[in-house]
Write a protein that binds this ligand. Structure first.
Ligand SMILES: C[S@@+](CC[C@H](N)C(=O)[O-])C[C@H]1O[C@@H](n2cnc3c(N)ncnc32)[C@H](O)[C@@H]1O
Length: 206
């Protein structure tokens, strides 16, 4: 985070752990991804601003959607990162690489074999500075995230995944289109102009 960045200041004032909070809030405003979301998995969560937002909205959803349509009387949120995530109330956090095959068991155990409403991923590789190889590595991470979504997301569930625009971008979108009825790409207002970061939003898993 950069101290002169307005989103950095705002994040600090509002108690968010990272300026990335504004990226998720912008995606929510545009696509309403948290509609009836109670079971949520966040990949690459540290330091935890997306988890803070998920916890707040999921709590609000308990009352907001207490009707005859799909709803739950509780929420379950899990966040994972290779870095330690400081504890957050009512949210399960684990320190693990999402490429670890054991991760699937963690998901199954925590959500007790139920499918998820929403999977978020702001996970990003450590950039080397070489745009070409960084994009390949980030893409590989995205395919792993798609695999996790394919196994754990419910029918009509939603996936948000961060990637970098570049050579293999079209192929990744194509793969997502096979999994979701609608796939959108979106550069958030909080993403820096120079950055090639872009979010893919899969709406309604097939
Ligand atoms: C941009 S940060 C996430 C910020 C977070 N959304 C927030 O709001 O606080 C990206 C995170 O992805 C994590 N990450 C990258 N590769 C990962 C992997 N294979 N498994 C788990 N976490 C990973 C990094 O450790 C880093 O903390």
């Amino acid at each position: 985070m950069h101290r002169r960045d307005p989103h950095y200041k705002q994040a600090k004032q509002r108690g968010y752990r990272a300026r990335s909070a504004y990226k998720l809030l912008d995606i929510q405003k545009r696509f309403n991804i948290f509609k009836r979301a109670f079971y949520i998995l966040d990949l690459g969560s540290a330091p935890g601003s997306w988890l803070q937002i998920s916890g707040k909205i999921a709590q609000e959803n308990l009352e907001k959607y207490n009707d005859q349509y799909y709803h739950r009387d509780h929420f379950k949120i899990m966040g994972v990162d290779i870095k330690k995530i400081s504890p957050l109330e009512n949210i399960k956090t684990i320190k693990m690489d999402i490429n670890d095959p054991e991760f699937q068991n963690e998901i199954i155990n925590f959500f007790q074999e139920e499918k998820l409403d929403l999977i978020l991923s702001d996970a990003a590789i450590n950039k080397s500075g070489n745009k070409f190889s960084d994009q390949i590595r980030q893409n590989r991470l995205c395919y792993r995230i798609l695999e996790i979504a394919s196994k754990n997301l419910k029918y009509k569930g939603i996936l948000v995944v961060k990637t970098f625009q570049g050579q293999d971008f079209d192929k990744l979108i194509k793969t997502m289109k096979n999994e979701f009825q609608i796939t959108k790409s979106y550069k958030t207002k909080a993403t820096k102009k120079k950055s090639n970061e872009i979010y893919l939003i899969g709406l309604k898993k097939k």
